[in-house]
Write a protein that binds this ligand. Structure first.
Ligand SMILES: *Cc1c(COP(=O)(O)O)cnc(C)c1O
Length: 433
């Protein structure tokens, strides 16, 4: 595939002597997005030029997710992971039903975090045996649905044990359970930490002896452990360390469990490059690390299968968000491109979904991919709030009204993670192409 260098990867000539400037520039450049081809100045998504795709979608803004890229991503990952490891899709990252349907056929299982997601996963024909349900505060009705569906429930509190015992009795079905452990370590370098220290997720490792005893007494079908340390990590060493520590922890807990450990969910947290200066993960050390752990498990945890659960890494790079320029304004010398989409559809690109400092996602003018004439612009949405900022003073090809602004790395935590009702603008569309 591809490919022409993106406009923002081509630095303007810099004097060779000016090393500081070169370094600074390198740090301020986004990694290329070679997953999408370029044809006659236009980005190609799902084998279609952007203008034609937009015509067939019938409106901007929209999200487009590329099937071929999703398939390639899973295949590439399988090539690196040791055989026998199960790959799960955490559908919180992108719950679009058509996409979940595609993913269900590619991965070994789907991780859901609500009864709503459970419905989508079951509709997508994911096998209940391979669906797991995590999340704090599962309501009784959700637990009941999960037991009736026959999916695995990741227990995250003592109350859930009591509730599941009653539900199992009522439905005459033994609840399948795993325990989500809040470990005594953190995933270093994660964008969002979800384990270690005090957390609302899982049950602290210190409370495991008590919890595992109660699960045994309640007669629930214990199957394994679930450890999820955090999300959006681009540090290979930190991911390997967390997997290593998770494995050791499971090994310590296994003798306390009411039944043999059939599976060990080691989490995931593999990140993708969003911001200038970030680059893609090299997965090979992670694959090697997992292979070593799997080898140890053959004797140390002989009944256990490893599971890796990934959301963002599987789908994030396969999606774009496309909006159209509706106005072009200059305020005290600064150029603003006003587009028809914004934070109400794409909260993360606006920097308001968990980021501490706002940084620009990779952005392009999708119908001017090779244009040489550039300018510094800010891309803003139509919302009456300064938070609605999609690109802050970026160097982009000169765009006019009607041109397409494309935000890359938009396949995860996009539409479903955005406040679509805020300010009453039209909803966005999502297409799988
Ligand atoms: C959010 C979440 C995931 C997915 O995280 P990504 O960073 O999208 O891979 C996986 N497992 C659990 C338990 C989660 O809460």
């Amino acid at each position: 595939m591809l490919l022409e260098p993106m406009p923002w990867t081509a630095p303007t000539p810099t004097p060779q002597s000016c090393l500081d400037t070169i370094l600074e520039r390198r740090l301020s450049v986004h990694t290329p997005m070679p997953q999408f081809a370029v044809c006659d100045d236009e980005l190609v998504i799902g084998g279609e030029r952007l203008s034609r795709l937009a015509a067939r979608v019938g409106q901007t803004p929209f999200y487009a997710y590329d099937r071929t890229l999703l398939r390639m991503r899973v295949a590439a990952l399988r090539g690196v992971l040791p055989a026998g490891i199960k790959l799960h899709y955490a559908m919180k990252a992108n719950p679009m039903p058509a996409l979940v349907g595609l993913m269900a056929g590619l991965v070994d299982g789907i991780d859901v975090a609500s009864a709503g997601e459970l419905k989508v996963a079951l509709d997508a024909d994911a096998h209940p045996q391979e669906i797991s349900f995590a999340g704090p505060g599962k309501r009784d009705v959700e637990l009941r649905q999960a037991v009736a569906a026959g999916v695995l429930i990741n227990i995250e509190s003592f109350r859930e044990v009591v509730a599941l015992e009653a539900i199992s009795r009522e439905l005459d079905l033994t609840a399948r359970v795993a325990v989500r452990v809040n470990p005594d370590f953190e995933l270093k370098g994660a964008g969002m930490k979800m384990g270690g220290g005090p957390k609302q997720f899982g049950v602290d490792v210190e409370q495991m002896p008590e919890l595992l005893t109660q699960i045994g007494r309640a007669g629930l079908a214990f199957e394994g452990f679930h450890l999820f340390a955090g999300s959006q990590n681009l540090r290979v060493d930190a991911i390997c360390e967390a997997q290593q520590k998770s494995y050791e922890l499971a090994l310590r807990l296994a003798p306390l469990a009411p039944a043999p450990v059939q599976f060990l969910n080691l989490g995931g947290g593999f990140g993708i490059p969003y911001f200038a200066g970030e680059s893609r993960l090299d997965l090979s050390p992670i694959g090697e690390n997992l292979a070593q752990l799997a080898q140890r498990a053959e004797t140390e945890l002989p009944d256990a299968v490893f599971v890796i659960e990934l959301g963002r890494y599987l789908v994030g790079e396969a999606g774009v968000y496309v909006a159209r320029v509706v106005d072009r304004k200059i305020s005290r010398g600064q150029v603003y491109l006003v587009v028809d989409g914004g934070l109400h559809h794409h909260l993360s690109a606006s920097g308001n979904f968990g980021q501490v400092l706002r940084k620009n996602y990779p952005v392009a003018i999708g119908n001017k991919m090779n244009a040489l004439e550039t300018e510094t612009v800010s891309v803003v949405g139509p919302l009456c709030t300064p938070l609605d900022l999609l690109a802050d003073r970026m160097v982009l090809p000169i765009a006019k009204i009607g041109d397409f602004v494309v935000i890359f790395q938009s396949g995860a935590y996009g539409a479903s993670a955005s406040p679509q009702g805020f300010l009453g603008h039209p909803a966005c569309l999502e297409v799988l192409v």
